[in-house]
Design a protein around this ligand. Structure first.
Ligand code: NDP
Length: 374
């Protein structure tokens, strides 16, 4: 529960205060105490990386009730100028990649949302943690599980939270499917299919540079099928097999996967079959099959509206701006200890990174790779 500081002048000294109205005298004559209040605490966030997704998140935050954009971290001074004006951000809350450790001494910022190229997340989140601020980090949290774990460890050591930008974990239709599955409405879950892809453009962008991206479609979009398989089935995979194909090895260089099909096995015997690609459009579909029912979500992970059909009829949950709900829920996680239906903490991110490591290993070796995530 939040507390509000209330300053009351001591009645017996009020006359003297009026006679000598200096700040020091007044403060010496005041006493402070705290009263409980039910007002929720506002999460004051600085966005790091003012690119395409950072811009979307900033817009979404404008509709939040518990989150406020109070700072920026950017390597592009002209963007900082624009954002300062557009979002009324004071100059003292603006940083670049060299000086942002100084955020440590800035009481206007509670958390930093890292929305930069994947390979930069690790060092940036560790610096955020060392500055004593909560870290929110975009997916994929890192470029492999080892780096992800280092981020989790750094945040733990610093006593700050690490949350991953898994916006689907707060999306109402997705949550309804999870509720139905938990209530047994699909019966025993037997199969999941996740298809995620789009045709990527500009060959010079960081997403096609292995040093900055850590991989191709899998890191970017395949991770939705991985994460989705886990929350739709409600189990952790115990093995993975995977196969890679490439239509354009010039555009999709070594270290940049274009298309990977991959399969999971789960402890219950359920299986999953997924596709991650930068080669095909119109791919944003989840399908879940159980002994008593089914759901097909299409689109399943785009910005919305998410649509779905089940054996009982259509999914009809409210249409929301994913990032607005995500940020307000994250405020509740950070300040109220709220437990989300599906975790969004660093450990959840590391699980996806372990699976991606295993998928790349399975592609390389052609073997079935065992996984131990629990
Ligand atoms: P953009 O290229 O549009 O923006 C990235 C920003 O990062 C840049 O504009 C730049 O901002 C900053 N940056 C810092 N260093 C570099 C560098 N060396 N090269 C390029 N940019 C740099 O990417 P996105 O916004 O699309 O993606 C950023 C992250 O967000 C990725 O991890 C991605 O996976 C994730 N994402 C998540 C989505 C979701 O739905 N959850 C959707 C889209 C992306 P500045 O000029 O301010 O320094």
């Amino acid at each position: 529960m939040k507390t509000r500081r209330i300053f009351l002048q001591k009645a017996s000294l009020s006359a003297l205060a009026l006679a000598t109205p200096t700040f020091n005298t007044l403060s010496a004559m005041t006493e402070s105490f705290t009263l409980p209040t039910n007002e929720p605490q506002i999460l004051r966030v600085a966005i790091m990386g003012l690119g395409s997704y950072g811009t979307r998140v900033a817009e979404a935050i404008q509709k939040c009730t518990r989150t406020k954009l109070t700072g920026v971290i950017s390597g592009t001074p002209s963007k900082v100028e624009d954002w300062k004006k557009k979002y009324d951000i004071p100059a003292k809350n603006c940083y670049n990649y060299e000086n942002f450790d100084a955020v440590k001494n800035n009481p206007d910022i509670d958390a930093i949302y890292v929305i930069t190229p994947n390979a930069l997340h690790k060092d940036q989140v560790i610096r955020v943690a060392k500055a004593g601020k909560h870290a929110i980090c975009e997916k994929p949290m890192a470029v492999n599980a080892e780096d992800g774990q280092a981020m989790v460890d750094a945040c733990k050591a610093a006593g700050v939270q690490l949350l991953i930008g898994y916006r689907m974990h707060f999306e109402p239709n997705t949550l309804e499917v999870i509720r139905m599955r938990k209530a047994g409405e699909f019966g025993d879950i037997r199969f999941f299919q996740g298809l995620c892809g789009f045709v990527i453009g500009d060959p010079t962008q960081w997403r096609l540079d292995p040093v900055l991206s850590g991989g191709g479609a899998m890191m970017d979009i395949g991770i939705y099928a991985i994460n989705g398989a886990r929350y739709m089935i409600g189990e952790e995979p115990v093995w993975v097999t995977a196969q890679e194909t490439k239509s354009n090895p010039e555009k999709f260089k070594e270290g940049i996967d274009e298309t990977i099909t991959f399969q999971f096995g789960f402890p219950s015997g359920a299986t999953a079959s997924c596709l991650s690609t930068y080669y095909m459009n119109y791919l944003d579909k989840f399908y879940l099959n159980g002994s008593k029912g089914w759901v097909e979500m299409k689109p399943s992970t785009g910005y919305g509206p998410i649509k779905g059909e089940t054996h009982k009829g259509p999914l009809n949950e409210p249409i929301v701006t994913h990032q607005t709900v995500q940020m307000d829920e994250m405020a509740a996680i950070i300040f109220d200890g709220k437990k989300p239906e599906v975790p969004v903490n660093g450990e959840e991110g590391v699980k996806d990174m372990k699976i991606i490591d295993a998928i790349f290993k399975a592609v390389k070796t052609g073997e079935k790779v065992s996984l131990k995530l629990t």
